[in-house]
Design a protein around this ligand. Sequence first.
Ligand SMILES: Cc1ncc(COP(=O)(O)O)c(C=O)c1O
Length: 485
Amino acid sequence: MVPTAVDTDLSPAVTSTKVSTKNENAEAFTTNELPNGQYLLDRNLNKNYPVVVRGDGNYLFLEDGRRIFDTSSGAAVSCLGHNEKRVIEQMNKQLDTGVPYIPSLFYRHRLVDQLCEHMIRDTDHKMKKVYLTGSGSEAMEATIKLARQYFWESNKETKRVNFIARQSSYHGNTIGALGISGHAGRRAPYLPFLMDNVEHISDCNPYRQRLVGESNEHFVERKAAELEAKFQELGPDTVIGFIMEPIVGAAMGCVPYVPGYMKAMREVCHRHGALFILDEVMCGMGRTGTLHAWQAEDVVPDLQTVGKGLGGGYQPIAAVYISEKVVNTVTNGSGQFIHGQTYQAMPVQASAALAVQTLKRDLDLVTNVRMQGKYLEKLLKEKLADHPNVGDIRGLGLFWGLEFVKDKENKIPFGSSQAIAQKIHDLAISEPHNIVLYPGTGCAGGVSGDHVMICPAYIVQSDDIEVIANTTASVVRSFFENLDA
Ligand SMILES: Cc1ncc(COP(=O)(O)O)c(C=O)c1O
């Protein structure tokens, strides 16, 4: 029988968040040895980024001696915090076998089997199979191809060539995933290369789109009618599927679905035989208070991606969940997914992800996400709802966004050249605040609109939440007090 849990001591103590201020490795990383500007991985080539030397629990320690409260879990990744020994132990155990990698073309590995079994069990077997990749963008690329293959298997001349996605959305930076994405700023330089068989309908953003006095039901009806109209415009039998993030992360700053929205959108897709596809790379794996965002309303997708919170930053790993109908069609057709990459389903990736998922379950961390998330919502709203430049505070679980506006009454955003969100992040990560407010733009129609995201690790306790809310409030107040009009 295949074992179902990582063979380790998963005692219910969460990694201590007590930290030492000693930088044990600081000597090893001097600025002489690590000169700035050598690495293209720095996104902004003109910027001096702080140098990290170690991590522990909620904290990252910098070469300059400062301690940063990682209130964004990096890019909503480090869901168990840093230096979780029980994950590292499992990775080391796997490395000690001499097999960090095996080609998934030729072999299976028990840890990979166990991880997939664990993941399927956590959907209550509502999804049938898991396809592992190395990043969220790769998972989206695989999803785009698998969705097309689903129709191609039963009809090689299928007319299904179109995807429908949403305007303010982000699904990854590779050409296919960016083609699906609606993020105008990130698409702009690459437009000539992006797929032209993707149509974008409006996203689901009650702050900016709800009519005065409009009920959720009516709002959802309008959205479903818009999707239906897009199917009719394209020809319903040309559409492969509709792709959406249940809670929009980077593109909008944690805007959740309106109750009933996912179900209504799925109904439209299924009425026309198309696939309903969820991108949970950022909002999934417990981040919003259920393991999968769709579980909150039991709206099972046909295909679903996950990423960041799967490996929690301990290994690069993401995945596509595949429903029974897609599995059966491919199985009864060619019998293979016409895809594959070198680095996927590695035993060392599986060891990390399995340990992260097992800890989440055994320590009941998703319940903690719900509980601490409610407290964070309460405090953020108490402290910032009245601020003249905070237009909206929205989110779910430990996934919260603040949208900033120049004119609150008319919801007018700041000019994009003012780089408000980036500057708020720069202030937050500096002394004396030392927190991370993950900046983003485009929430007010694609290019303008500034937001920051707050998405701490699932191990936070109520005193951590108080620090996050108080510090965020003082960063925001201090920033706008000192902003030249
Ligand atoms: C919703 C969503 N989809 C896909 C991706 C792409 O994932 P990755 O950066 O791992 O390629 C991201 C990354 O932020 C994301 O937020």
